[in-house]
Design a protein around this ligand. Structure first.
Ligand code: 5CA
Length: 151
């Protein structure tokens, strides 16, 4: 059991983590493992905006428009390097969960995720994900929902 699962169990949120030996490191890998639409995979992307780390939850079908993130989170905005991402969230790229982070990182959420009945997000490891309704995801991550995709 990984650290995110231990944290989940301690907080009693009724979320079940599933491990896939074939790996879930990328959105495409995760969609293939789960057998869902790639749009239902939640990418938890760590950016630095105005000097501070932020997390953007993106549908696996979408690319993030950095200008849109900059508009809400502060400029300039850039993808966090792997060490910054790990320090801010407590997890390595490929397994960053959407909430339960090591520091109090602001979370922004791609509105398109709300169009699915359920979505799947990383559970702290590159081989584990969990299913959640997008509304619950928003609540648990305390995310600000907005249009973030690159058109
Ligand atoms: N487990 C999967 C599906 S839930 C996952 O974590 N996907 S992800 O999209 O949230 O994480 C991978 C993302 O990390 C990539 O889309 C990419 O944006 C980012 N990434 C990959 N390599 C690097 C790197 N060297 N530096 C910064 N970001 C990176």
């Amino acid at each position: 059991m990984g650290r995110f699962e231990t944290w989940l169990a301690a907080t009693d949120r009724g979320i079940a983590v599933k491990a896939f030996p074939q790996g879930t490191r990328t959105a495409v890998d995760a969609a293939r493992a789960v057998g869902c639409d790639v749009g239902q995979i939640v990418k938890s992307l760590v950016f630095v905006a105005g000097g501070e780390p932020v997390v953007a939850l993106m549908s696996g079908a979408n690319r993030l428009d950095e200008r849109r993130l900059a508009a809400v989170a502060g400029e300039p905005v850039a993808k966090a390097d792997p060490e910054i991402a790990r320090l801010a969230t407590g997890y390595a790229i490929g397994g960053v969960p959407p909430f339960g982070h090591a520091t109090d990182v602001p979370v922004f959420m791609d509105r398109d995720l709300l169009g699915y009945r359920v979505v799947w997000a990383a559970a702290g490891r590159p081989d584990s994900v969990f299913e959640i309704s997008p509304e619950r995801l928003r609540e648990l991550s305390d995310a600000t929902v907005l249009d973030l995709k690159l058109l």
